[in-house]
Design a protein around this ligand. Sequence first.
Ligand SMILES: Cc1ncc(COP(=O)(O)O)c(C=O)c1O
Length: 458
Amino acid sequence: MSERSNSNFVNDIASVIHPYSNLARHAEIGPVVMTRGEGVFVEDDQGRRYLEGMSGLWSASLGFSERRLIDAAMRQFEKLPYYQLFNHRSTEPSIELAQRLIDIAPQGLSKVLFANSGSEANDQAIKLVWYYNNALGRREKKKIISRWRGYHGVTIASASLTGLAANHADFDLPIQNILHTDAPSHFHHGLPGESVSEFTQRLIDNLEQLILKEGPETVAAFIAEPVCGSGGVIVPPEGYFTGVQKILKKYDILFIADEVICGFGRTGNMFGCETYDIKPDIMTVAKALSSSYLPISATIVSEDIHTAMIDQSRKHGVFAHGVTYAGHPVCAAVAVETLKIYEERDIVGHVQQVSKRFMKRLNALSERTNVGEARGVGLVGAIALVRDKKEKTSYDSQLGVGRTLQAKVMENGVIVRALRDDVVCFCPPLIINDAQTDMLFDSVESALDDLESSSGLS
Ligand SMILES: Cc1ncc(COP(=O)(O)O)c(C=O)c1O
């Protein structure tokens, strides 16, 4: 059956709006329709099988066929398929999940507010920062500093935090009180002749200058992913977060750690905060919280912030925030089972082990003529394609070299993701093994060979 006579193909074009897709182009190229999953592999409706080197959206940590998660959902569906947390009600899975999260979260985080997506978790983090400062009578202290290349979601506030131009353009964003500072990528943003440590110090100085220019009494919080994902897998240089935290402390500014990608083992520790010694006041999690089998997210806050929330609800008679599906019992049951699996199978230990192979194969790509930088940590990485390695000259963005590589790799049966600046990313399920890691990188090497020999990279 040809793709165009396939009803999925035709019906999709006729009816579905695709997030993060070129909608004009979609009408011509149509969708790849996935129908099955097994371990780290997915299969499409044409019977093609792919190693999912991006875990879907940096998220399906336990792969695509974890029986225990399916059984946990079924057990909860049969017992109580829905109930809410509003108005002093609760459910057993949401209580157990909150407790488990507090047990593993960085020290000082002690209460959990559930939601459905990473965007919502960040959105409510901002609301809580404002609520907190109002409770303390600091009505001016409301600005949030985010970073260029940071990704925090797509709701009006979280898209404003996101530091990517396409998320703002013609959506009339960012909203007021959201500021952006530098992305910590020496490769992309270092000045000619600037060392990594000089670059890092410049960024820390710039952050302090921004705070002073705005007035420290107006700056409430700083938000960062420990490792930026969608901004191109930006691994922070040594000393960056230590310097940033010193400045934030000096001006009494909260740290919101967006662990939506980094959380639950991705960087080789339970949280990216451990990998980079970040001591957050608020932490947001989603994605691998349930291995993405069902939508659930959480905003985890310090005792100080929670105390202020209690004061506010006393004053107003209610904590007037919450979504219908917050802590949904089936999603929470799946998340509890996910956390149990992480613990029982020592998923962090597994990542530390397999990341040796992952990082070795990733770093080897930096030897290639057109790879300007290979960067990563744990089981997340990326390469930046360049026309001229010595001069770090990038390709004309119209050429779409990263996308061409992505398509070639997919022809080889592996899914990777091309982002801006011809950065191609890798973020496989945490359960990947050495042989599958080799399969992933063999296919990238072979696609690079093809492109080089066909002058696709000249
Ligand atoms: C670091 C980070 N924060 C927040 C989000 C937004 O999450 P969601 O797409 O679930 O709203 C994402 C999504 O990719 C993310 O990578």
